[in-house]
Design a protein around this ligand. Structure first.
Ligand code: SAH
Length: 215
C-alpha cells in the first residue's frame, strides 16, 4: 500500500475507534508523512500501531499516543507551542500543521539536527529546533500558549509551568521511569486545573528538572 492509504487506514483503525474526534487532528494525521520521520529501518512498519526505535536509545511514539496528546492541546491554529523532546520530529510536524509557531527542544544534538533537516526538506517554516535541556524551557520565547513534553517526567518541571501563559494548556506524562499517566494541566486565574488521562510509557525526561541521568 502507498503511504497515503496506510495513513488513511491508520486513522480508520487506530484513531477513530479509540475515540480521537478532533477533525483537525485526524486530518493532520492523514497528512503528515510518518514514514519520513520513522527512519529507513522502520519503513515497513512506520504506520503500525506501535512506538518505533529512532536510534540513540530513543523512540517515536505510537500514532495513537501522538493523536491523544495533540487532541488534548485543543489547537485552533493561533497558538505558540513549546515541545520538549523533538526526537524524530514527527510530533513537532503535527504541531506545526495545527498551531502558529512551534519551538522544540531536544537534548541529543544528532536527533535535533536530523529533525531540523527533515523540517527543512518538508518545507515546515514555523518550527524552530534547539539542542539543550528542555526542562529549563525556552525563556526567551515565553510565554507559550501550549507546552507538550514527550518524555516521562518524575514531576512537572517548574520552569515549564512558569513559561505557560494564562489559560494555557500543558500535557505531560508523569510517573516512574517504567510507567506514567498522561496529565493535562490548564493554567487559570484561580490556579492550575489537573486532569488525569491515559496510562502510557515514555523514555525518560533527563535534565535539571527531570531525571538526573541515563540509568
Ligand atoms: N516527540 C518525539 C518522540 C520523543 S522521544 C517524536 O515525535 O519522535 C523523547 C525525546 O525526548 C528523546 O529524543 C529524548 O532524547 C528527549 N529528551 C529527554 N530528555 C530531554 C530534555 N531534558 N530536553 C529535551 N529533550 C529531552
Amino acid at each position: 500500500m502507498d503511504p497515503k492509504s496506510l495513513r488513511e487506514e491508520m486513522v480508520a483503525t487506530q484513531l477513530i475507534p479509540r475515540g480521537i474526534k478532533d477533525h483537525r487532528v485526524l486530518d493532520a494525521m492523514r497528512r503528515v508523512p510518518r514514514h519520513l520521520f520513522a527512519g529507513e529501518a522502520n519503513l515497513h512498519n512506520a504506520y503500525d500501531d506501535m512506538a518505533l526505535s529512532i536510534g540513540e536509545g530513543q523512540t517515536i511514539s505510537q500514532p495513537y499516543m501522538v493523536a491523544v496528546m495533540t487532541e488534548l492541546l485543543e489547537l485552533k491554529g493561533t497558538e505558540k507551542v513549546l515541545e520538549i523532546g523533538t526526537g524524530s520530529g514527527y510530533q513537532g510536524a503535527m504541531l506545526a500543521e495545527l498551531a502558529k509557531d512551534v519551538y522544540s527542544i531536544e537534548r541529543i544534538a544528532i536527533l535535533a539536527d536530523r529533525a531540523a533537516s527533515r523540517f527543512r526538506s518538508l518545507s515546515y517554516q514555523n518550527i524552530h529546533v534547539r539542542t539543550g535541556d528542555g526542562t529549563l524551557g525556552w525563556p526567551q520565547e515565553a510565554p507559550f500558549d501550549r507546552i507538550i513534553i514527550t518524555a516521562a517526567a518524575p514531576k512537572i518541571p517548574e520552569p515549564l509551568l512558569d513559561q505557560l501563559g494564562m489559560n494555557g494548556i500543558l500535557v505531560i506524562p508523569v510517573g516512574s521511569s517504567f510507567s506514567q499517566i498522561l496529565l493535562k494541566i490548564r493554567k487559570t486565574e484561580k490556579g492550575l486545573i489537573e486532569e488525569h488521562h491515559t496510562p502510557c510509557v515514555f523514555v525518560p525526561l533527563i535534565g535539571e528538572y527531570g531525571w538526573k541521568k541515563d540509568s
